[in-house]
Design a protein around this ligand. Structure first.
Ligand code: IPM
Ligand code: MN
Length: 358
């Protein structure tokens, strides 16, 4: 019997809908070629919907989403909505309520893409960041006292639970083993200053490491990681870190792999419903122009198929993306590709259908 997957689609704001269309085009091509079925249901949430209705994320939608096999998200963020409302109300709310405790962000330089790192090649830049996605500074613990007075106090605490830290670290070890490349896992922390939080992380890391004798382990402070990601990115295979550090180092990662146009990510609940999104945001100034690069969304769709267990289809999408970057696209930046958004989607979908990826 043909396998069938129920996918929720959240096109969202700005260029989100444009890149999602291309992701869906490529997913359809992969489903046809590899003989499985994808049923898409679109939910219109985001800035436009909020401005029209005042609704951010209705409970009924969360319930609908939690009944799907996966979620494919474009972008959330609108220039007319105050910062924080949509990010916290939709993106973080979904990550938390669906307990997507892993944020998986591959940093991979493909042939044909230029990196700002001098003399570095695709052989040097190929690692994955496993970012904890449900705790840390993002948990929202803290508060304000005497707001608006000269004596104002603002407290924002980082929440790190043994359970939360351990499940993230375990995922990272398993991922590193399955990835089967250099088999090296680096813990990124700040044990010299954050002596409570990263003491917990370090002890847990060392304990879990005993169960993975095949994985080499390493530790680096987050500031040093930033330095080495630029100077020696070839040192990394898989990096595991907390929510805030992971947020920061993955923007750096996106830049060294060529830019936001190709940076993909997944918010993963290994036991539940995961959500896949390009990490670049809604890019309002490019909206409706047909010039935004859809490859980040297409690679997020690839991650989605990988997570669903459709490994051959995912590999075909990656091969098609590689070929498009190597042979067709001039530059990954918006408006510089030499092709429109939908032409890039056509190219990738074509290579998937014909099995002619790189
Ligand atoms: C990301 C984004 C989000 C985050 C924002 C929009 C809340 O920067 O996905 O990295 O900080 O996690
Ligand atoms: Mn970010």
């Amino acid at each position: 019997m043909t396998k069938r997957y129920d996918i929720a689609v959240l096109p969202g704001d700005g260029t989100g809908p444009e890149v999602v269309d291309e992701g869906l085009k490529v997913l359809e091509a992969a489903a046809q070629k590899f003989d499985f079925q994808l049923d898409f249901t679109t939910f219109n949430i985001g800035g436009e919907h909020y401005l029209k209705t005042g609704e951010v994320l209705p409970e009924t939608i969360v319930a609908e989403l939690s009944a799907r096999d996966a979620i494919f998200l474009g972008a959330i963020g609108h220039p007319d909505v105050k910062p924080g409302i949509l990010e916290k109300g939709i993106l973080l709310a979904l990550r938390f309520s669906l307990d997507q405790y892993i944020n998986l962000r591959p940093v991979k330089l493909y042939e044909g893409v230029s990196t700002p790192l001098k003399d570095k090649t695709p052989d040097d830049i190929d690692f994955v960041v496993v970012r904890e996605n449900s705790e840390g500074l993002y948990a929202g613990a803290g508060g304000t006292l005497k707001k608006g007075t000269p004596d104002e106090v603002a407290i924002q605490e980082s929440i790190n639970t043994r359970k939360g830290v351990e499940r993230c670290i375990r995922y990272a070890f398993e991922y590193c083993r399955k990835r089967n490349k250099r088999k090296k896992l680096t813990l990124c922390g700040k044990t010299n200053v954050l002596t409570f939080a990263f003491d917990l992380w370090e002890r847990t890391f060392n304990e879990v490491a005993k169960e993975y004798p095949d994985i080499e382990t390493d530790y680096a402070h987050v500031d040093a990681i930033c330095m080495w990601m630029v100077k020696n990115p070839e040192w990394f295979d898989v990096i595991v870190t907390d929510n805030m550090f992971g947020d920061i180092i993955t923007d750096l990662g996106a830049m060294i792999q060529g830019g936001m146009g190709i940076a993909a990510g997944g918010n993963i609940n290994p036991e539940g419903v995961s959500m896949f999104e390009p990490i670049g945001g809604s890019a309002p100034k490019y909206t409706g122009k047909g010039i935004i690069n859809p490859l980040a969304a297409i690679s997020s769709a690839q991650l989605m198929l990988e997570t669903l267990g459709e490994d051959s289809a995912a590999a075909a999408i990656e091969a098609a993306v590689k070929k498009t970057l190597r042979d067709d696209i001039k530059d990954v930046g918006a408006g510089k590709m030499g092709f429109s958004t939908s032409e890039v989607g056509d190219l990738v979908a074509g290579y998937v259908k014909n099995g002619t990826g790189a």
